[in-house]
Write a protein that binds this ligand. Structure first.
Ligand SMILES: Cc1cc2nc3c(=O)[nH]c(=O)nc-3n(C[C@H](O)[C@H](O)[C@H](O)COP(=O)(O)OP(=O)(O)OC[C@H]3O[C@@H](n4cnc5c(N)ncnc54)[C@H](O)[C@@H]3O)c2cc1C
Length: 359
């Protein structure tokens, strides 16, 4: 008898798992409420561990053909002055729609697709229910508890892709704001900004009901606000002002950043969490999608080697530590990057490190 697996969420975590489960042993159903959604305008930096997973699913070589390797860059202050130079970073950039398409292509035909929202995952007819449904996970809510609601952070993220490569790669840590401008695939530029904002959070509440889809952010308003924040002074980095001037609301993704609360378990009964449902974090480490793929890889490996209950126990033992450690580290980095009070000291310290450490 095959093990029946219901995967809720068909994005990076869910597709990776569906691609890795052996069709001879697992009867897989993939539930995705918005199969058409590809998040144009965004790119993902992937670390070597994620590339090993892409190789394991058979998508590595094709993904490399679609990737850009920003070979050098620098961490800069808000004016653009380099603090720490970086060369040969082991991170590679792919466009998110490309990654989704590549993963879709390696999911076996035997995987049943249900293009609908799952509201009651506990009722799904399956031996294993996998929550690959992101930070607002219905699986986390129904199987692990209502109290584990997504946490709204004070930060608003904007990102987009523009034609033509940038003059130089850099991440800019300002005084209360952060930006990045990086070479992306197909001779394009990926840019991102983060600043404290109230856009997209309902007045008088912490963003309304956090289990519902986040409050829509008006992209035009968000772009105008970012232009004010990053262009307010003449000494601000020209590269950031340039991408914000060229961006149009149609080409920009603006979203508030939410986090998953700290989890004590990733398995409850026949439910298991992978990806952002287990550990959505601020984007500062560039690790969310990487960890989602690693979760899927580890879970598929354990399920192929052991009976269900011991496979889930092994999965939890291996993946709970990073799920607990990475989000607070990422948040601490965000606070440091956006710190106003620490900014002069921080920049002096980083410049000192930059002088001491070879690029
Ligand atoms: C600004 C920003 C920049 C980032 N940059 C990077 C980066 O450079 N590198 C990196 O590794 N990560 C990055 N990330 C993180 C990365 O985007 C996420 O970690 C990743 O998308 C998580 O994948 P996932 O499959 O777990 O969840 P998601 O991508 O959130 O997918 C969840 C899926 O589940 C579906 N779904 C939800 N609920 C239901 C339901 N009830 N029924 C059916 N379907 C449902 C959704 O439609 C969605 O398709 C960034 C994130 C942000 C916000």
């Amino acid at each position: 008898m095959k093990t029946r697996v219901a995967i809720v969420g068909g994005s990076i975590a869910g597709l990776t798992l569906a691609a890795l489960l052996d069709p001879d042993r697992f009867d897989v159903t993939l539930h995705e409420e918005r199969p058409e959604r590809r998040e144009a305008g965004s790119a993902l930096g992937l670390w070597p561990a994620a590339w090993r997973v892409l190789d394991a699913v058979g998508a590595g070589d094709r993904a490399r053909a679609f990737a850009a390797e920003p070979t050098s860059g620098a961490l800069r202050d808000g004016t653009g002055r380099p603090l720490i130079a970086a060369r040969d970073l082991p991170m590679t950039l792919v466009l998110r729609p490309d990654l989704i398409d590549l993963l879709e292509a390696v999911v076996p035909d035997s995987v049943r697709r249900v293009d609908e929202r799952v509201d009651d995952p506990v009722d799904l007819p399956a031996d294993l229910v996998v929550g690959a449904d992101g930070v607002r996970s219905a699986v986390r809510r129904s199987a692990f508890g209502e109290h584990l609601r997504p946490r709204l952070t004070p930060w608003l993220a904007l990102r987009g892709i523009l034609p033509g490569p940038p003059p130089e790669n850099g991440e800019y840590w300002g005084r209360g704001d952060l930006a990045g401008v990086v070479e992306a695939p197909r001779d394009s530029t990926y840019w991102f900004t983060t600043h404290v904002s109230t856009l997209g959070s309902l007045p008088g509440s912490a963003g309304g009901d956090p289990w519902r889809r986040s409050v829509e952010v008006d992209v035009g308003e968000a772009l105008a606000e970012a232009r004010r924040v990053f262009g307010g002074r003449p000494d601000r980095a020209a590269a950031v002002q340039d991408v914000l001037a060229r961006a149009t609301p149609e080409s920009v993704l603006a979203q508030r950043i939410y986090e998953t609360p700290r989890m004590h378990r990733l398995v409850h009964g026949r439910a298991v969490l992978i990806g952002d449902s287990a550990h959505a974090m601020t984007p500062n480490l560039g690790r969310g999608a990487c960890e989602a793929m690693i979760d899927a890889h580890v879970l598929a490996g354990e399920l192929s080697r052991r009976p269900l209950t011991s496979a889930l126990a092994r999965y939890e033992a291996r993946r709970l530590p990073p799920a607990r450690v990475l989000p607070p580290v990422s948040r601490a980095l965000m606070r440091l990057a956006l710190s106003e009070a620490l900014q002069p000291t921080r920049d002096r310290a980083l410049a000192g490190v930059g002088r001491l450490v070879p690029a």
